[in-house]
Design a protein. Structure first.
Length: 311
C-alpha cells in the first residue's frame, strides 16, 4: 500500500479550518504534516510563519495546499511548484488568467500535479443536473445567486479589494456548476457590474451569456439579499424545468452526525487530489474564471452608493 501524501497547508482562515483540515484528516492517503500561517498554529502539527519557512522546516512535504485569498496566492503557488511540490489551489485558482496559465506551464515543467479546485462541482446534484440536461433539448438557463454579504463574509476586507472578486467570489461557484453541467462552451455576451463608490469589486452583477449552440444563459449575482438566501440555477427545456439548488445554508439544517454538503464536497476533492498525485495528472479548468474575466472585459461598470458591511 502506498504511503500517505505528506501535505502542508498555507492560510489558516475560515475554509481551511472548517473544511480542509477535517477533510485531510478523513482522507486515506493524505496526511497534514505542517501549516504556514501568519498568526495561527494547529495543535500537533508543525507550524511556520510562512511558506518559505515551512518548506525549509519540512523538506519532506510532497504537496502544498493554498487557502489564502486569490490575489495573494500566485507567488506562493510559484514557490511551491519550483520546490517540486504538488499543488492544490482553493477556488478561484488565481486573480488573473495569465497567472493561472503560468502555473499550468510551470507544473508541467516540474512534473508535478496541479489541482484547481471547484468545490461546487463535487455536489451530488451536479451529476443529476447534467443527466437531466443531456437527455433534453435545453431552451434557457437562469442563474440567481443572491446572498447577504454581511452574513456570509463579515470582516473579509480582501473580497472588496482589486483581485478579491466581490460578488463573483460566490458567483463563480454558480459558473463552475454551469460549465460542468453543460456540454457546450458558454460565452459572455454582455454584463453590468455595480461597484460601490468605496470598493474596488462589484456588489451585484448581471451577465448575459449563451452556449456556443445559441441557448441563452442569464445570471444575476447580488450581495444585498436579505431574507431568504437564493442559490439556484433553473435549466429549462420547453415546458420542463430542472431547479438546481446549492445548499449554502445546509450547515444550519444538517442533523447531528450528518455531514453537510460542503463537507462531502471537500472530502471528494481530497480523494480527487490524492488520485491526481498518484497518477501524475493535473486538473485545471479555467472556464469559470474566463467568464468572470470576460464580464470585466466586455461589461459596463456602474459606480453606486457607498457600502459599509458594519451597518
Ligand atoms: P479568510 O478566512 O478571510 O482568509 C484565509 C486566510 O488567508 C487568512 O486566515 C490568512 O491566513 C490568509 N490571508 C488573508 N489575507 C491575506 C493576505 N492579504 N496576505 C496573505 N495571507 C492572507 O478566507 P476564506 O473564507 O477561508 O477564503 C479563502 C479562499 O477559499 C477564497 O479563495 C475563497 O473563495 C475560498 N473558499 C471559501 C469558502 C468559505 O466558505 N469561506 C468556501 C469555499 C472556498 P493566515 O492568517 O493563517 O496567514
Amino acid at each position: 500500500m502506498s504511503h500517505a501524501i505528506r501535505m502542508g497547508l498555507v492560510g489558516l482562515g475560515k475554509i481551511a479550518r472548517d473544511e480542509h483540515l477535517p477533510a485531510i484528516a478523513f482522507t486515506e492517503g493524505a496526511e497534514l504534516v505542517a501549516i504556514a500561517s501568519r498568526n495561527a498554529e494547529v495543535e500537533d502539527v508543525a507550524s511556520f510563519p510562512d511558506l518559505t519557512a515551512m518548506l525549509a522546516g519540512r523538506p519532506d512535504i510532497e504537496a502544498v495546499i493554498l487557502c489564502q485569498p486569490p490575489h495573494v496566492r500566485y507567488e506562493a503557488a510559484r514557490a511551491a511548484l519550483l520546490a517540486g511540490k504538488h499543488l492544490f489551489l482553493e477556488k478561484p485558482p488565481g486573480a488573473t488568467l495569465s497567472e493561472v496559465e503560468a502555473l499550468i506551464r510551470l507544473a508541467r515543467q516540474q512534473g508535478v500535479s496541479l489541482f484547481a479546485s471547484w468545490h461546487s462541482r463535487y455536489s451530488a446534484s451536479v451529476s443529476c443536473a447534467r443527466q437531466w440536461c443531456t437527455t433534453r433539448r435545453l431552451t434557457r438557463v437562469q442563474i440567481d445567486w443572491k446572498e447577504d454579504v454581511r452574513r456570509w463574509h463579515p470582516g473579509q476586507d480582501w473580497i472588496w479589494e482589486a483581485g478579491g472578486f466581490g460578488v463573483f467570489d460566490p458567483g463563480i461557484n454558480a459558473l463552475s456548476i454551469l460549465t460542468a453541467v453543460l456540454d457546450d462552451n458558454v460565452r459572455l455576451i454582455d454584463a453590468t457590474l455595480q461597484v460601490p463608490a468605496n470598493r474596488a469589486t462589484p456588489i451585484a452583477v448581471d451577465m448575459a451569456m449563451a452556449t456556443a449552440g445559441g441557448i441563452p444563459v442569464a445570471a444575476t449575482f447580488d450581495w444585498r439579499q436579505t431574507g431568504p438566501q437564493i442559490w439556484q440555477i433553473m435549466f429549462e427545456a420547453g415546458d420542463e424545468t430542472y431547479r438546481f439548488v446549492q445548499g449554502g445554508e445546509d450547515a444550519a439544517h444538517t442533523l447531528a452526525g450528518q455531514e453537510s454538503a460542503l463537507t462531502q464536497e471537500y472530502r471528494a476533492m481530497y480523494r480527487r487530489f490524492v488520485d491526481l498525485v498518484r497518477s501524475g495528472e493535473s486538473d485545471v479548468d479555467v472556464a469559470p474564471l474566463q467568464l468572470v474575466a470576460d464580464a470585466y472585459l466586455r461589461g459596463t461598470s456602474r459606480t453606486i452608493e457607498l457600502f459599509e458591511d458594519w451597518k
